[in-house]
Design a protein around this ligand. Structure first.
Ligand SMILES: [Zn+2]
Length: 477
């Protein structure tokens, strides 16, 4: 640490990169577009992973692993899929010093190889549903990259399920969307909008895509997780069939769904301020940092003795770090842990020791306003309550920000202003022409057609034709 973080108002994109690097979440790798996830960032990702993995297992899913290399011919079996992914593929043409007979694609996503395996594993309706997830890396040859938000290689989970009916596949797709929303809201403290993707924004090869959309600190949108009902597209391309109860051969209905390390970027952008990261307690690698304050040697030993009592009182209830490094001032340490987003700081000096108490300082409420004393007796409870309150307040703050920057567009003129400054809710006829026109003229895209609809009908914001649904439009990452 040492360099100053660019203010968000000055240059949001530089602020983001400064925070990610200086908080030691990630760094640039020698290969352009790749990133190194540092231990602090990886620990944050592990907490994201744990929160999701627990939910996947609770809804009946199992983890497995499929290979990194996919035969090129697999990618070409589903027409829309190959068209969507062709420009982003990394292809291995040589191995062991020889040119390969068939090039291998480095997995950009695994519908094809998993479809191939499912066609061998599934024979009868008794084999269904198949509910598998994998935690892996994927590669997409991106030209413009940004740490966590868009990198050539990233980490994610991809779920792939197979079902006997369309209804079951649709139910699964929406169940996972709810899992993502529940995680985003309750663990990441990020309010999200659930909705359906437009035809042009859906996944390559999907019958229907759904997403959760969030507003970042610069009022732009970020798609934080997607869930796809693949219909029978991949089942037909890969011959995933089963014998039904009447002994008739049927194609399966499949789904896929993913959430990636982009979520880490979202956490940075939704909650961070000019001092750096603010991490939600549920996901923070360090939830509480204790900073002892002393001047003389005598104070030093008295304060450190008291810190032992704090440690004993908190026990294993929180992810705790004691910063007893010598030769660094308390103020310097405060800044460092603020930059790194630790939700709660416990300050303890000679006067606190004498009074049998500590000072709690909330990261999400900088300065005096976020400070309150707490006695050593009952500290574990006070800290647990405080962390729960921070978690709740962070969600409330992010929700208030998003709602204050989301507006109903009455006409195209006001629409243009709104999407320059946040999310616009607007009637849309559903045509790709109108979407394209809006994108060209305002740089805003349809983020989703939210499940939450006002009812009734209106007129399309772009063409004035009748519209049955409202969409959320915004400039997006
Ligand atoms: Zn229209």
């Amino acid at each position: 640490m040492a360099e100053k973080i660019t203010a968000r108002s000055e240059d949001y994109s530089r602020w983001y990169t400064d925070v990610v690097q200086q908080a030691q979440l990630a760094d640039y790798a020698p290969v352009r577009g790749c990133m190194v996830i540092r231990p602090y960032g990886y620990s944050l990702w592990e907490n994201v992973k744990d929160g999701l993995d627990r939910r996947f297992k609770a809804t009946g899913h199992e983890n497995a692993y499929f290979p990194l290399f996919i035969p090129m011919s697999f990618m070409q079996k589903e027409a829309e899929h190959v068209e969507g992914f062709a420009p982003e593929l990394a292809v291995v043409t040589h191995g062991g010093g020889k040119e390969l007979e068939e090039p291998l694609v480095v997995r950009p996503t695994s519908e094809t190889v998993i479809g191939h395996m499912y066609s061998q594993w599934i024979q009868s309706y008794r084999d269904l549903p198949v509910l598998i997830n994998q935690w892996v890396n994927v590669v997409r040859w991106e030209l413009r990259t940004r740490l966590f938000l868009r990198t050539m290689e990233f980490l994610w989970q991809e779920g792939h399920t197979a079902h006997a009916t369309y209804e079951e596949a649709e139910e699964e797709t929406l169940r996972i969307l709810d899992v993502y929303a529940d995680f985003a809201i309750n663990d990441a403290a990020i309010p999200v909008i659930r909705g359906r993707k437009s035809e042009s924004e859906k996944f390559a090869g999907a019958y229907m895509s759904y997403s959760i959309e969030a507003m970042m600190g610069d009022k732009r949108a970020l798609q934080a997780g997607t869930s796809h009902n693949l219909g029978q597209n991949f089942a037909k391309a890969f011959e995933i069939k089963y014998l039904d109860r009447n002994n008739e051969l049927q194609y399966c209905w499949t789904t896929s769904w993913g959430l990636s390390t982009r979520m880490v970027g979202a956490i940075v952008m939704v909650h961070g301020d000019d001092q750096g990261l603010i991490l939600p307690p549920r996901l923070a690698p360090i939830q509480v940092v204790v900073v002892p304050i002393w001047k003389s040697d005598e104070e030093h030993s008295a304060v450190l003795d008291f810190v032992q009592k704090i440690k004993a009182a908190l026990g294993e209830t929180v992810r705790l770090k004691v910063d007893d490094r010598e030769g660094l001032s308390p103020g310097w340490k405060f800044n460092e842990w603020e930059l790194r987003g630790v939700p709660l700081r416990i300050e303890v000096g000679p006067r606190d020791v004498a009074g049998g108490q500590v000072m709690l300082a909330r990261r999400d409420r900088p300065g005096r306003a976020g400070k309150s004393p707490a006695p050593l007796a009952g500290l574990a409870e006070a800290v647990a309550d405080m962390l729960a309150l921070i978690q709740k307040d962070m969600l409330a703050t992010a929700t208030a920000f998003r709602d204050a920057n989301t507006h109903l567009a009455a006409d195209y003129e006001s629409f243009k202003e709104i999407v320059g400054e946040g999310f616009a809710r607007a009637w849309w006829c559903g045509s790709t022409e109108c979407e394209d026109k809006i994108k060209e003229e305002t740089k805003a895209t349809t983020r989703c057609i939210p499940f939450d609809q006002p009812g009734g009908t209106g007129v399309c914001i772009a063409c004035g034709e009748p519209a049955k649904e409202m969409a959320i439009f915004a400039r997006a990452y």
